[in-house]
Design a binder for this molecule. Sequence first.
Ligand code: PRP
Length: 211
Amino acid sequence: MRVHVADHPLITHKLTVLRDENTPSPTFRHLVSELMTLLAYEGTREVRVTPKEIQTPVTKTTGVRIAEPTPLIVPILRAGLGMLDGMTALLPTAEVGFLGMARNEETLEPYTYAERLPDDLHDRQCFVLDPMLATGGSLSAAIKYLFDRGAVDVTAICILGTPEGVARIEKDFGDHENLTVVLGAVDDGLDENGFIVPGLGDAGDRLYGTA
Ligand code: PRP
């Protein structure tokens, strides 16, 4: 497993605006989408490609195209939905599947309330999108789901993570060669309610105006 934390001033700048409690929902949504596109640059570094011959106006040459089967993008509802358009902007031919997961607010254990994925994920490269990696329970369950269905390679892209969340994914999948976690930043940790500190609050509520 590989963990990559983005280290780029543009990402830190946008994250700072995202964290600000005075940032309204429309701006928050726009920033989540922009951050996704910036993180996708790192997250798609290992996207599978096949050679493609083309004719330029000058000569024949060989480039690449995204390999078949096309990648599967899996936003984790709700908050991951805010990252979807930023990802499909870069991978327009990808298929999209959905996992609806939420945390029990008392136990912090995740539960799955919706699932719309292809039955067979053999040979599929999957990109899981969720802005928040807090305890890591939700992301761990989502990754397990995809590997159990036959996914060959999983990249999880999160805007914010915690040391606890990263440790949980390492504990569950540390020896898995085909797993990459890309994070915009790793924060200090979790408070007693399971919120990321300093964090940005509840991403789902802030995206959809339910705060
Ligand atoms: C948030 C977030 C992750 C999860 C992270 O979702 O979007 O899915 O919590 O927490 P964990 O790492 O401790 O599992 P939430 O349960 O708030 O649902 P929502 O996206 O519908 O708001």
